[in-house]
Design a protein around this ligand. Structure first.
Ligand SMILES: Cc1cc2nc3c(=O)[nH]c(=O)nc-3n(C[C@H](O)[C@H](O)[C@H](O)COP(=O)(O)OP(=O)(O)OC[C@H]3O[C@@H](n4cnc5c(N)ncnc54)[C@H](O)[C@@H]3O)c2cc1C
Length: 419
């Protein structure tokens, strides 16, 4: 059976009449939007307005067809369960920056806006949206929905921390606005927070108002390559004992590169960065770059490596920072199973890929990993896909999405197929 057969003509016709045939995609082309070939919705629509989204949602509720909100599709393949039905609603056409108020440190834009557009506008005014993805296709709506936190999470937190307000289309087709454009804008429960990190489970975000920050006066990136993970870990832990609040300090073991890399970022006023650097007395082997000078070679190379590697990153372990020095056996285990990892020492977050070796199965790796971390208080690990929605979450879903149309197969926030 072809995709076209599986997706009834009536659905295709309805979507075309709402968005126009040019904005409806059927067949394998849907996988161009980030879905895996074998797990993808049957149809992709790209509405150009809030009203079109409302019509799509009302149609889905009335006909019982599940919907998936889609931004840039950079994370979508990983959150899907075994899916072969439903409609993806792509928000990329909602990409207008409708308000930019440098004096109020706020910016409002459509959920399909790309990070580059936000960065370009804010940089000109010496401002920044502190948590903003450094990969091209992700949308601000997708970032908020996944509560994105990049490599500077220890200093700046997550995407949701910068959302002053947002609008979304709820599962009954209403356009709901929460929050506002001031920092104090909620009396009672903060619904903006509910949508940040909802992974598209409660509705389709249409626009977001962000809080901006001044750009730091100075940014310094220090990079050192090691041949030995234990040595790199020791140096990282030593750095954190001298400077408790770096912007970030990451240890990267990438299966495609033999070396282990320690990347330290310091940010703030020139005085602060200089005094932190004095305290650290970094030894030999370090390469330094500052935002004032030869900036961007190491930063760009680091960003490229992370981007390439992060596509495979799937599992996370949250580690109490007092235990960092004792985590070498975990790194040794990851190396043994050819996993790539990005260990954010400043935040105590170890992200790693699945085992990549012809000789080992995921189950074998899982067993080895679990016996290494089981019983270790202070290490909370998640091997994905394992997430099950809590009873409380299930009750919220019941109330907000009674017909279960919003992305019921989402592994991160809905259940789905966990095989
Ligand atoms: C190279 C790379 C590096 C990454 N690094 C990090 C990292 O350091 N830290 C981190 O936290 N994450 C990281 N991610 C994952 C990141 O959170 C997401 O890729 C990205 O921010 C999501 O944006 P997107 O537009 O691509 O969303 P998509 O992939 O399209 O969607 C992601 C989720 O959000 C939902 N969604 C999308 N748009 C909307 C909307 N308008 N309304 C409601 N729901 C919506 C989708 O249904 C889905 O559940 C990385 C991903 C890649 C590919």
């Amino acid at each position: 059976m072809t995709d076209k057969d599986a997706c009834s003509d009536a659905i295709i016709e309805s979507m075309s009449s709402i968005c126009g045939t040019d904005h409806v995609t059927v067949s394998e082309e849907v996988s161009d939007y980030g879905f895996m070939q074998q797990h993808r919705p049957q149809l992709l629509v790209s509405p150009g307005s809030v009203e079109e989204i409302q019509e799509i949602v009302r149609f889905a509720t009335a006909s019982g067809v599940p919907l998936i909100a889609l931004g840039g599709g950079t994370r979508i393949a990983q959150v899907l369960g075994r899916m072969n039905h439903g409609i993806a609603v792509c928000t990329r056409r909602l990409d207008r920056i409708s308000e930019f108020e440098p004096g109020n440190l706020s910016l409002r834009c459509g959920s399909g806006t790309l990070p580059a557009a936000v960065r370009e506008l804010t940089t000109d005014h010496n401002l920044q949206l502190a948590i903003l993805a450094d990969f091209d296709h992700s949308t601000v709506g997708g970032q908020v929905a996944s509560d994105f936190s990049g490599w500077k999470r220890y200093r700046y937190g997550a995407s949701g921390d910068y959302v002053l307000g947002l609008s979304f289309v709820s599962t009954d087709g209403k356009h709901v606005s929460t929050g506002g454009k001031t920092v104090k804008n909620v009396s009672g429960y903060d619904f903006t927070r509910l949508l940040s990190g909802s992974w598209g489970r409660f509705g389709i975000i249409t626009s977001v108002t962000f809080k901006l920050l001044p750009r730091p006066e100075k940014e310094l990136l220090a990079v050192k390559d090691f041949s030995d993970a234990e040595e790199a870990l020791e140096e990282g832990v030593d750095i954190l004992s001298k400077v408790a609040d770096p912007c970030s300090c990451n240890l990267i073991g990438d299966r495609k590169h033999a070396d282990i890399r320690l990347v330290l970022c310091l940010e703030g006023s020139s005085e602060l960065v200089s005094s932190q650097l004095n305290r650290l007395q970094l030894g030999t082997g370090w390469r330094l770059e500052t935002s004032e000078g030869n900036r961007d070679t190491a930063a760009e190379e680091y960003a490229c490596r992370r981007r390439a590697m992060k596509r495979d990153i799937f599992h996370t372990a949250a580690i109490d920072k007092r235990l960092l020095a004792k985590t070498f056996p975990l790194l040794r285990l990851l190396a043994k199973y050819h996993c790539s990892y990005d260990f954010d020492l400043s935040a105590g977050l170890l992200e790693f890929s699945s085992a990549d070796s012809e000789e080992t199965s995921f189950d074998e790796f899982k067993e080895a990993w679990q016996s290494a971390v089981d019983g270790q208080a202070g290490i909370r690990h998640t091997l994905v896909p394992t997430a099950r929605p809590s009873a409380m979450f299930a009750r919220i879903v019941e109330r907000l999405d009674p017909h279960c149309i919003m992305f019921p197969d989402n592994l991160y926030s809905g259940g789905g197929d966990h095989d």
